[in-house]
Design a protein around this ligand. Structure first.
Ligand code: RB5
Length: 158
């Protein structure tokens, strides 16, 4: 799989560790920065990975900041991105199986590094289940492209 990775300064070391492991596993890695521990702004890196995934250059994206929150918020501003900040194997798997997340966001100040690598591998292996989840993800995607034409009331949920 071709995977875009990026982080801010808080996630720099963990991003490198994850990228190294994914290369060992045979993935192609586009490292979009940052390139050192100096302070940078996480939205720049969230957007870069979001654009790489939404534009089709990469199949998936992985982002790391201190909490995984801010960098995920930035990525989610890019059309077509479903970035999920997760904290364990369960939320990682659910973000793929139910939400078809295409960007994984991790917190370097939250997770033990070895656990973060394990979560990443689990996320990459998990598959979207489709079915009723596909209908819901389509509704998320429609909010992206047509914010003014959505019904005010939620649809019927079986
Ligand atoms: C940087 O100090 C920190 O704010 C950032 O890494 C991230 O946690 C933001 O959501």
């Amino acid at each position: 799989m071709r995977i875009a990775v990026a982080s801010d300064h808080a996630g720099f070391e963990l991003k490198n560790r994850i990228a190294g492991r994914l290369k060992e596993l045979g993935h192609e890695i586009d490292d979009l920065g940052c390139s050192g521990p100096e302070s940078v702004d996480y939205p720049d890196y969230g957007a870069a990975v979001g654009r790489a995934v939404a534009g089709g250059a990469c199949t998936r994206g992985i982002l790391v900041c201190g909490t995984g929150i801010g960098i995920g918020m930035a990525a989610n501003k890019i059309l077509g991105i479903r970035a999920a900040t997760v904290h364990d194997r369960f939320t990682a798997a659910m973000s793929r199986e139910h939400n078809d997340a295409n960007v994984l966001c991790l917190g370097a100040r939250v997770l033990d590094p070895a656990h973060a690598v394990e979560i990443t591998e689990h996320w990459l292996a998990a598959e979207f289940e489709g079915g009723r989840h596909g209908r819901r993800v389509n509704k998320i995607n429609q909010l992206d492209v047509q914010p003014d034409s959505q019904p005010d009331q939620p649809g019927e949920v079986p």
